[in-house]
Design a protein around this ligand. Sequence first.
Ligand SMILES: Cc1cc2nc3c(=O)[nH]c(=O)nc-3n(C[C@H](O)[C@H](O)[C@H](O)COP(=O)(O)OP(=O)(O)OC[C@H]3O[C@@H](n4cnc5c(N)ncnc54)[C@H](O)[C@@H]3O)c2cc1C
Length: 439
Amino acid sequence: MINYTRQIAVKHNVDICVVGCGPAGFAAAVSAARNGASVLVIDALSMPGGMSTAALVPVLMPVSDGINFLAGGIGHETYLRAQESGAMRGGAIHAEKLKYLYEDMMAEAGIAISYNTTLMDVDLDGQGINAAICHAKSGLFAIQAKIFIDCSGDGDLAALAGAPFEVGDDNGNTMPATLCSLWAGVDWNQYREGKAFSHNDDNMLAILKQAYEQGVISMDDYHHTGMTRTNDQLVTGNFSHVFGINPLDELSVTKGLIDNRKLLREYETMYRQFIRGFQSASLATSGSILGIRESRRIIAEYVLSAQDYDNRATFEDEIGRYNFSIDVHPSTPGRQALEEHKKHFRGKAYGKGESYGIPYRILCPKNTDNLLVAGRCVSTDRNMMASLRVIPGCWITGMAAGTAAAISVKNKQKPNQIDVKALQKNLHANGAFLPNFKP
Ligand SMILES: Cc1cc2nc3c(=O)[nH]c(=O)nc-3n(C[C@H](O)[C@H](O)[C@H](O)COP(=O)(O)OP(=O)(O)OC[C@H]3O[C@@H](n4cnc5c(N)ncnc54)[C@H](O)[C@@H]3O)c2cc1C
């Protein structure tokens, strides 16, 4: 142990600092800037989009309940512009083009961006964050802001600021991590004819079993989400779980990356050998970060729960509604784990027109004065997180957090003291799905 003290410069001073530029941080930054705030968004990576670009997540989960567009507002706009620009085809994500779209929309909103910039610490003044301490190529520096928004996915900022949090199940187990992969040279028509797509097809389950028994793949993992057709030339794979990774420990994540790259080589052999249409396919690249599904869940003034999911709950302070089923990837491989997962996932799935409310309080971490949280680390129990964590859910909470932060700045109020009706009015006017709000 050493003691280390330094004086560092305040490099940025803005109304709102957004930490993390994944789907939530992007939406938070854009909504805050459109509401008149000066905004800086930082990210440890060299691109926007977080998991949705850097991890090569292949597809957007539901944006609609079959009747209503749930990810209204910035989500809807992003979705439509993504269709136009080729960043998405339907729900299929073209990661490279999605980076361009996120950057275009942030530039239009006048947002300052600092990539390769990692939040390391905070300087606290009571329960308020005086400064975020960051590291980048220029060295250590401080960022001051009136309001901070934690969109780090892992809840790094909120945890440093003293907000309580939970990780994983009762034993600390988290969902397995995945390195998604981009493939070229696939004969899609042949692939369609082979009818071996995912763990929902008997053909694929039989192939996975055979490949495991023959030693082609080393993991008896039957949870295989499969391939998405990205465009006419490319497909993106979402499989190769690694288990027992601690998402908050870089050495564990490093092991996960190395193990996952080994697995991907095995899956490339399996696909070329057993899956129709893949005989001449080539695994072009894998995600530049490990796909982490789960880490900290920050505890805020309300904890949205699986019971709220079951009840299709409605809240007075609702900032949006969502509907994706509870998708807890099992923490162990094997066929039984998959079957239990499928039963639970399907059993919980909503019907047309159904959704649950997302209360504003889950964005306001406990024990903090000038902090909001959005994205997969918002205040939920584990099962609810497994629904709300997906990209449209992160757009919804991001837009609300950015708008709330701008209102806080404008009215010089703490986020948990703002007029929630005014927040809802603003969100509603900007396209958020708030069927219970009466203007
Ligand atoms: C393998 C996998 C498959 C998935 N499949 C789907 C799918 O098919 N459809 C779907 O809709 N969703 C899917 N998801 C879920 C979804 O992609 C993520 O939950 C979502 O991207 C979370 O968004 P976020 O903005 O909260 O966090 P993230 O996307 O994780 O972004 C957080 C950002 O914060 C940055 N950051 C973190 N810590 C720091 C720090 N200390 N300093 C600076 N920056 C920091 C990161 O670099 C990152 O860019 C999948 C996730 C995974 C892992």
